[in-house]
Design a protein around this ligand. Structure first.
Ligand code: HEM
Length: 418
């Protein structure tokens, strides 16, 4: 057991939780430590209070944990660059190594974002509501009489993959196959790593499928998102215009699947566990479903599914009396910001009627989540349908399992009983 995780108190909301927990050693944060990851809130609180500019020498990063600092850094993309990657272990020495806009700065980011924003118009996203509701009902209704099931395996992990396929315009008869490949890609046998032969093969099948789909849409365009992207033109620095090539289109599909599937699945896990820990809040949502949209924002604040965004400094930055040097890798602890009592009173309490003017759980500034309106739509409809089918449930805590990735935080398994 690492020193930092000794005697960690119970997760917030559970009996024994002590928000004033303060051990007598300096705070230590390691994003890869499973024990800290199981309940990082006491560690993050210590960083906010004792080390707002936290330095981890061993892993060579700084971390900002206060709401105001995460917000300011998210808005300051000139000094806090995304172009070396935003996942600590994948960051590159040289900028601009990735075709994905999430790992780019202006002007490249601006060009791509402008192009795909059109395909993410509120009208196009809103049109998905009936499909999302139908999917939720198809998953949840047969489970009504079951007495219990795994909320992630049977629902939370399935829904977002199907929704992204609908968004891209993938034919409905292929959705299940795409979901099976995606599930298999995300699944890790014990000791297996991402580059295993099995993953390689599945990855080739999935990308082969999408390459075929792009080719088909080039020949027979419709009005789906893929056809819109194929037809769109990107403006180059010299003023000329060109269409996206296949690599760019496929990397956009990859970005949507990567950014849109895991995050929503983790959000749904946090909803199932947080509402079970705060049953009074759940009762309010059941008796007044109009509160669900604000409940979604509160759950996002309370447990941010994408808790850490990395940046690289293009200049020295002075903060809280310290100098963070040019070239430093800085982690923006989005999920810590959501629990900062400098911004939110009584932050460890889930309060679905809380008035939240702003949060950083969907990012902020130029890289604000492109899929935010889709995430909010999926979250709202999924919660509406869940609470209709299951107004109350208990979590079998012994059976829960966390996923361990450096990009998302949350549950892989949440068995519930009702
Ligand atoms: C609850 C679910 C979600 C959460 C918590 C979430 C969180 C975030 C966060 C924190 C960022 C900012 C990253 C940064 O600043 O480096 C982001 C960006 C992004 N998200 Fe989401 N996201 C969610 C759902 C989705 C969905 C459903 C999609 C797509 C279908 C999506 C697509 C994207 C994309 C493309 C970006 C990059 C935007 C840019 O670089 O301009 N996200 N998301």
């Amino acid at each position: 057991m690492s020193k930092a995780s000794e005697n960690l108190p119970a997760p917030s909301g559970e009996p024994g939780y002590d928000p004033d927990y303060a051990p007598d050693y300096a705070p230590y944060y390691d994003p890869y430590d499973y024990e800290i990851d199981a309940n990082p809130h006491p560690t993050w609180k210590r960083l906010r209070d004792e080390a707002p500019v936290y330095r981890n020498e061993k892993l060579d990063f700084y971390a900002l944990s206060r709401f105001g600092d995460v917000m300011d850094a998210s808005l300051d993309n000139e000094r806090f660059s995304s172009s070396h990657g935003t996942v600590l272990e994948l960051m590159t020495e040289e900028p601009g190594q990735s075709p994905m806009m999430i790992w780019q700065d202006p002007p490249d980011h601006t060009r791509l974002r402008k192009l795909v924003s059109r395909a993410f118009s509120p009208r196009r996203i809103g049109e998905l509501e009936p499909r999302i509701r139908k999917l939720c009902r198809e998953y949840l209704e047969p489970l009504r009489a079951s007495g219990g099931f795994d909320y992630i395996e049977e629902f939370g992990a399935k829904l977002p993959v199907m929704v992204i396929s609908s968004l891209l315009g993938v034919p409905e008869e292929d959705h299940d196959q795409v979901r099976v490949w995606t599930d298999e890609l995300l699944h890790r046998d014990p000791g297996e790593n991402k580059g295993s032969r099995r993953h390689e093969e599945i990855s080739q099948q999935l990308w082969g499928y999408f390459a075929g789909y792009v080719a088909e849409r080039r020949k027979n365009p419709t009005d789906d998102m893929m056809s819109v992207l194929i037809a769109s033109e990107i403006e180059m620095p010299d003023g000329s215009r060109r269409k996206l090539d296949d690599t760019e289109l496929l990397s956009f599909i990859g970005l949507l699947s990567g950014a849109g599937n895991e995050t929503v699945a983790r959000f749904l896990g946090w909803s199932a566990t947080s509402l079970a820990r705060f049953p009074d809040e759940r009762r309010k949502l059941v008796s007044n479903p109009a509160l669900i949209p604000s409940g979604v924002e509160e759950i996002l604040r309370y447990e941010a599914p994408s808790p850490v965004q990395a940046r690289k400094l293009t200049q020295d930055v002075e903060l809280h009396g310290e100098t963070l040097p040019r070239g430093a890798r800085v982690l923006l602890l989005t999920a810590s910001a959501g629990r900062d009592d400098r911004e939110y009173p009584d932050p460890d309490r889930l309060d679905i009627t809380r008035k939240i003017d702003r949060h950083v759980s969907l990012g902020y500034g130029l890289h604000f989540c492109l899929g935010a309106s889709l995430a909010r739509l999926e979250a709202r409809v999924a919660l509406e349908e869940t609470l209709l089918c299951f107004p109350e449930w208990e979590v079998d805590w012994e059976g829960t399992e966390m996923v361990h990735t450096s990009t998302v935080r949350g549950y892989a398994k949440v068995p519930i009983r009702f």
